[in-house]
Design a protein around this ligand. Structure first.
Ligand code: SAH
Length: 231
């Protein structure tokens, strides 16, 4: 549900020219989805980055967050959102809430957004940022825990975006994809090359034919940690 203009937090009215310039830059760099560009032009990224980096909030680069994590580059946020091919009625899951910025972009497009974060300090940060901007618990549902297990009680998902990289796609995320659902995920070793992949469920079960997998471009994400014992 969209908020009325009168209810928007002050940050939405600050630095609008910079956000519009960023959206134009993203469009020039190949982002086509109008809803994604509109969300990037609307959501005040400067309210999500640490104060020390606020001046650089509308540069197209990643920035440090607390706990050694990073808020992704705007182009990658926009591109992952576009690759998820969202519609407003989609049930959408993000793994790796971090600052809450990507969750806010998703919430501008989907009515129902869920996001999981592993690091308690960042659970608190993401929640504080999102709620302060008016993304209430009815629009963005938050959980603190291990996202490699997905969110089975709320599955199936029409879209899952993972904003940290595992060496292999976690099976629970594939299990929890609805028919036609898309998983957008960077895959690769921490020190090695990572690829942005999209997995679409086209059939039942976990056999290879149940998924259509596409590789996109090389990326560099922080590792997706897992509480599961290594096999
Ligand atoms: N989407 C974030 C960027 C997050 S960086 C934003 O817009 O700001 C990646 C995040 O994934 C970090 O916050 C990290 O703590 C988190 N993370 C890593 N492993 C995780 C896991 N297993 N479950 C949930 N979150 C995880």
């Amino acid at each position: 549900m969209q908020q009325g203009r009168d209810e928007l937090a002050p940050a939405f009215f600050e630095r609008r020219e910079e956000r519009l310039a960023l959206a134009r830059h993203l469009e020039r760099n190949g982002i086509r989805d109008r809803r994604v560009l509109a969300a990037m032009a609307k959501v005040p990224r400067h309210a999500f980055v640490p104060a020390a980096y606020a001046a650089r909030a509308y540069e197209d680069g990643a920035l440090p967050l607390a706990a050694g994590q990073t808020i992704s580059q705007p182009f990658v946020v926009a591109s992952m959102t576009e690759l998820a091919r969202l519609s407003s009625t989609d049930r959408c899951l993000e793994i790796g809430t971090g600052s809450g910025y990507q969750a806010a972009i998703l919430a501008e497009i989907c009515d129902s957004v869920f996001s999981i974060e592993y690091v308690p300090e960042l659970c608190a940060l993401g929640e504080r940022n999102l709620r302060a901007l008016g993304y209430g618990p009815d629009r963005v549902h938050l959980r603190c825990g291990d996202g490699t297990r997905g969110w089975p009680e709320e599955a199936p998902w029409d879209a899952i975006l993972v904003t940290a990289a595992p060496p292999e796609v976690p099976i629970p995320l594939l299990e929890q994809l609805a028919l036609g659902g898309r998983l957008v995920i960077p895959v690769g070793a921490l020190e090695g090359p990572q690829q942005l992949e999209v997995w679409e469920r086209v059939g039942e079960g976990l056999r290879a034919e149940a998924f259509r997998r596409q590789e996109h471009y090389g990326v560099r994400f922080v590792p997706l940690v897992s509480s599961a014992a290594p096999s």
